[in-house]
Write a protein that binds this ligand. Structure first.
Ligand code: ATP
Ligand code: MG
Length: 354
C-alpha cells in the first residue's frame, strides 16, 4: 500500500509557532524523509467558512498568507502538493455520503467541537456546518487515501471520528477506504503549545500567538511580557517549571547547541531548570535566552518569506499545480466510492434490466 500524508490548516490567519511545532516542522521532515509516496497539504478554506461564513475576505486573503508560511518553513512543492479545499468538488460529495454514517449526538460529544463551540460562544445557535465539520474532515483525509495525518493533539478526536467513518463505510459497502493513522509530535511540549498568555492553546482565534512572520521587535516584546510563574516574584524565590510558558517554549524549541551559542554558563536545559527551581535565576534571563533562540529560528523563516513575497506568480502556480494533483486523487477515490455504493449507474449498467 502507498504511504500518503494529508494534513492542513485553516486560512483564518497567518501561521504561528504552535502550528510550527505541532505540525509544520514535522511535515517538512516527513516530506524530506523520502518515506512517503505522496504528500498533500490542504488549505481548509471551506472548513474556515463554517465559523467565518460572514467574513469571506478574511478567508480569501489568508490563502496567500498560509501558503507563504508553508514555503518559508521549507514545504517544497516538488515533493508536496499544496491545494485549496474548496476547489475539490469530491470533498463535499464524500461529505454528503459520510453524513449518513454518523449521528448528531456523536458529533455533539466530540471534545474538540465542544470546546470550540464554547470558545466561539455559539451556545445553542451552532451552525450545522460547524457541528458537521469533523465529517467533512473525514472526507479531507480519505479523499486521497491518506495513511498518515501529522497534526497536534487537538486533532485526536477528529482522527478518531474519521477512522470510525472509514470502518462503517467499509463494513457496509466493502473494503474501499483507507483507515488513517494520526502522527503526533514526539516532543511533549509541542502537542499543544500554550499561548503567550499561558492559556491552554495558542490559537489564531484567541490572539495569544507569536506568528512565524512577526518582526524581531514584536517577537521580543511578546516574549518579554509572556506569562511565567506568578509565584516567582524575587529572583531568589524558587520557581515553577510546570505551567510556565517560557519553559514550555524552551522544551519545544531549544536545541542542544543553543546553550553553547546563547547561554554558555549552562550545559543544558535540565541545568537551567534546576537553577530556576532552586531560586536565584530571574525570568528576564530565561526570556532573553528564549528570545535568542526564537530570533534565530524565526529569522531564517522570515528571510525566506521575504523572498517568496517577491514572486507571487510562483506562489499562485504552486497552488494551481497542487490543486490539480489533488483533484486527480479525488476523482479516483470518488469512482471507487460510487462503485462501492452502487451509484455508478453510467459506468456499470447492470441495473438496466427488468
Ligand atoms: P483556529 O483558531 O482558526 O482554529 P488554529 O490556530 O487552531 O486556528 P488550525 O488551522 O485549526 O489552527 O490548526 C492547524 C494545525 O495546527 C492542526 O494540525 C493543529 O493540531 C495544529 N495546531 C494548532 N494550534 C496548535 C498549538 N497551539 N499547538 C500545537 N499544534 C497546534
Ligand atoms: Mg483550530
Amino acid at each position: 500500500m502507498e504511504k500518503i500524508i494529508l494534513t492542513g490548516d485553516r486560512p483564518t490567519g497567518r501561521l504561528h509557532i504552535g502550528h510550527y511545532v505541532g505540525s509544520l516542522r514535522g511535515r517538512v521532515q516527513l516530506q524530506n524523509s523520502g518515506e512517503y509516496d505522496k504528500v498533500f497539504i490542504m488549505i481548509a478554506d471551506a472548513q474556515a467558512l463554517t465559523d467565518n461564513f460572514d467574513n469571506p475576505d478574511k478567508v480569501r486573503s489568508n490563502i496567500l498568507q498560509v501558503t507563504l508560511d508553508y514555503l518559508s518553513c521549507g514545504i517544497d512543492p516538488k515533493k508536496t502538493n499544496v491545494f485549496i479545499q474548496s476547489q475539490i468538488p469530491e470533498l463535499p460529495e464524500l461529505t454528503q455520503f459520510y453524513l449518513n454514517l454518523v449521528t448528531v449526538s456523536r458529533l455533539e460529544r466530540n471534545p474538540t467541537i465542544k470546546s470550540e463551540i464554547q470558545m466561539r460562544g455559539f451556545d445553542r445557535a451552532i451552525p450545522a456546518g460547524f457541528l458537521c465539520y469533523p465529517v467533512s474532515q473525514a472526507a479531507d483525509i480519505t479523499f486521497c487515501k491518506a495513511t498518515t495525518v501529522p497534526v497536534g493533539e487537538d486533532q485526536i478526536p477528529m482522527l478518531e471520528q474519521a477512522r470510525e467513518i472509514v470502518r462503517t463505510f467499509n463494513r457496509i459497502y466493502g473494503e474501499t477506504l483507507v483507515e488513517p493513522e494520526i502522527l503526533l509530535p514526539e516532543n511533549e511540549a509541542s502537542l499543544r503549545l500554550p499561548g503567550t498568555d499561558g492559556k491552554a492553546k495558542m490559537s489564531k482565534s484567541l490572539g495569544n500567538c507569536i506568528y512565524l512572520s512577526d518582526e524581531p521587535e514584536v517577537i521580543k516584546q511578546k516574549i518579554m511580557t509572556m506569562y511565567t510563574d506568578p509565584l516567582h516574584i524575587q529572583v531568589s524565590d524558587p520557581g515553577h517549571i510546570e505551567g510556565n510558558t517560557v519553559f514550555t517554549y524552551l522544551d519545544a524549541f531549544c536545541r542542544p547547541d543553543d546553550f553553547e551559542r546563547f547561554l554558555p554558563e549552562y550545559a543544558n536545559l535540565d541545568e537551567l531548570k534546576a537553577h530556576y527551581q532552586k531560586g536565584g535565576l530571574g525570568d528576564v534571563k530565561v526570556k532573553r535566552f528564549l528570545n535568542a533562540i526564537m530570533q534565530d529560528t524565526l529569522g531564517e523563516i522570515r528571510a525566506r518569506r521575504k523572498e517568496y513575497e517577491k514572486d507571487l506568480d510562483y506562489v499562485y502556480d504552486v497552488l494551481v499545480e497542487g490543486t490539480k494533483v489533488a483533484r486527480e486523487a479525488g476523482k479516483e477515490t470518488m469512482a471507487d466510492v460510487k462503485r462501492a455504493m452502487k451509484i455508478d449507474y453510467f459506468d456499470n449498467t447492470d441495473w438496466l434490466k427488468l
